[in-house]
Write a protein that binds this ligand. Structure first.
Ligand SMILES: C[S@@+](CC[C@H](N)C(=O)[O-])C[C@H]1O[C@@H](n2cnc3c(N)ncnc32)[C@H](O)[C@@H]1O
Length: 207
């Protein structure tokens, strides 16, 4: 199948209502990611700011905003129909149409959350470096989930199936990328209802 930009494919998915299926499918892993984030922000003993990168229809931004200590949350995505949908659902929310890696954030955050976005980039290793060096406040956390990686065999035909380029890394290569990006206290685990599906990696920007 000919490959299209991921943001074009997900624009169509939003128009066809497939964002809602993703929300349901990703909820199991995202709940674990949010529990981890809320545990870490609780330890900070202060309010926090957060960004969801590749936010789709913005459902995780709305969950972040529900937390009593969340003082600011925003979502960014490169698919116009996803951002339009997010804004329709939540008119007071902060949702921005931005393509990565070109977009540069003018804000810094205590938390970066991202689910099922990073491997759509040609160089996710460099994006992690930018997240650590430029987007996070000192001591802040990035928590990122990916379902397409070498050990998740069922995901290996997705580039052909979905018709989108994906960067396929092994768990060790992902962990190396996080280390090379400058993160410390790196933790990883696999989440799934029955089998391990989502590789979740979390890391902290040194203080
Ligand atoms: C698999 S969806 C996940 C959406 C959301 N995180 C969720 O769990 O429902 C991937 C999202 O990443 C966005 N995306 C992919 N490549 C992108 C890029 N280069 N810049 C910005 N957004 C991108 C897509 O538009 C899409 O909404």
């Amino acid at each position: 199948m000919a490959k299209r930009p991921a943001t074009d494919v997900f624009h169509d998915w939003a128009l066809n209502g497939k964002d809602e299926g993703m929300e349901i499918g990703h909820a199991f892993a995202v709940n674990q990611m949010l529990s981890f984030i809320f545990e870490k922000t609780e330890q900070m003993q202060r309010n926090f700011s957060a960004v969801d990168v590749g936010c789709g229809n913005g459902w995780v931004v709305r969950l972040l905003n529900e937390h009593q200590r969340c003082e600011y949350a925003e979502g960014i995505d490169g698919a116009a129909a996803m951002i339009e949908k997010a804004k329709n659902i939540d008119q007071n929310g902060n949702y921005f149409l931005c393509k990565l890696p070109e977009y540069q954030s003018s804000r810094k955050f205590d938390v970066i959350h991202s689910m099922e976005f990073l491997y759509y980039l040609k160089n996710p290793q460099n994006m992690l470096k930018v997240f650590c060096e430029q987007w996070l406040n000192s001591g802040g956390w990035a928590v990122i989930g990916v379902d397409h990686y070498l050990e998740h065999k069922a995901s290996l035909d997705w580039p052909e199936h979905v018709g989108v380029e994906m960067t396929t890394l092994s768990i060790d290569q992902w962990l190396e990328a996080w280390k090379g990006a400058g993160f410390t206290n790196i933790k990883h685990w696999q989440a799934g209802r029955e089998n391990p599906v989502t590789l979740i990696i979390a890391g902290q920007k040194p203080s």
